[in-house]
Design a protein around this ligand. Structure first.
Ligand code: ZN
Length: 342
């Protein structure tokens, strides 16, 4: 799932510069730098400190100065040197960031002025949406789907609070997309979901109150303790960061994203969304340049195929909805104050 389709996208400063290594012998007799470095996975980032797992030992590290401004995010595979004992008050150093297999990012929007990489190397995006309380937010789901397609992650729809409302309407909306989904009640057996998560790296996203963290805590009960004690005054865990954190799960990873409640999508190329619809993409190649593929787009080949009955009406409607979800304000976030535990 490389991010190089389309002949290479623009790299920004958040993209890690991949250093050439291996392949050819060093030209001098000097040994390659940090050849004794060990590989770790970044599991959390908190104020310039990186929590990494190195051979199952949790290690805290800082970034080596030579790495410059490029960001290191949860999910990154990194090379570390220094004290890797994991003992209290020790600090290792991240000296290299390995090439990323996938990048989940958000562009600048009203809630955050800076484009950011959220998670690296994930392969699945679990979109958590409540069936009631709060009411389902298809627009939020659409935006997550677009972000998933853009990042090359496979979406997984998790419909929670199934004890409060029927999933039929939401499933009807997403049926044309053929999404994998799980319908979940509070006491429901999670074996179906567990099977979908095993061996994969899954990012969980969801807006306030949908039960995302509750779900993650049910899947990894030890996670609650890892988050730290909740401060009675602030209601926040002492070690709760607003950035993502990764938890080991059955040969894979679950990555919770407490601070991510929306995706800015301005960076996304509409062609990348259409590319996710193989049945429609073959017609889109005949569209005029810059075609919006919407109903009013002049000369749109998808519209023509629809008129000839060669494509599915619901699929076209879904594509158009996703394309238009890139535009305008992200109004999906409920006005209620963000609850870090939800
Ligand atoms: Zn078109």
């Amino acid at each position: 799932m490389s991010r190089t389709r389309g002949g290479g996208r623009h790299l920004d400063e958040d993209d890690i510069r991949v250093r050439a290594r291996g392949g050819s012998r060093p030209r001098t007799s000097k040994r390659p730098k940090h050849e004794n470095a060990r590989e770790g996975m970044v599991t959390a980032v908190d104020r310039g400190r990186y929590r990494c797992l190195v051979d199952r030992v949790p290690v805290v590290a800082m970034k080596a100065r030579e790495l410059g401004r490029g960001s290191i995010v949860v999910g990154d595979r990194v090379d570390l040197v220094g004290d890797l004992s994991g003992r209290p008050d020790t600090l290792a150093r991240v000296v290299r960031v390995r090439e990323r297999g996938s990048i989940l990012r958000r562009t600048a929007d009203d809630t955050d002025p800076v484009e950011r990489v959220i998670v690296a190397n994930a392969d699945q995006l679990a979109i958590v949406c409540a069936l009631a309380d709060p009411a389902p937010q298809p627009r939020f789901v659409d935006r997550c789907l677009v972000a998933a397609y853009d990042a090359g992650l496979e979406p997984l729809l998790c419909l929670t609070k199934a004890d409060l409302a029927s999933p039929d309407e939401m499933l009807g909306v997403y049926e044309p997309l053929g999404l994998p989904y799980e319908v979940l009640g509070p006491n429901q057996d999670l074996s179906g979901l567990r099977a979908r998560l095993a061996g994969r790296t899954t990012v969980f996203v969801g807006s306030s109150g949908v039960g995302k963290s509750t779900l993650v805590n049910r899947l990894v009960p030890s996670a609650e303790r890892a988050v730290g004690h909740v401060n009675a005054v602030t209601g926040r865990g002492r070690h709760t960061s607003t950035s993502a954190s990764a938890l080991e799960f059955d040969g894979g990873w679950l990555i919770d994203t407490p601070g991510v409640r929306s995706f800015g999508l301005a960076h996304i190329d509409p062609d990348d969304i259409v590319a996710g619809f193989h049945d429609l993409d073959e017609f889109a190649v005949d569209c005029p340049p810059e075609c919006t593929h919407q109903e009013d787009a002049p000369g749109c080949a998808i519209s023509a195929a629809l008129e000839r009955g060669e494509v599915d009406t619901d699929r076209v409607a879904s594509l158009r909805r996703l394309l238009s979800s890139r535009e305008g304000e992200d109004d999906t976030e409920p006005a209620a104050p963000a609850d870090p535990r939800s």
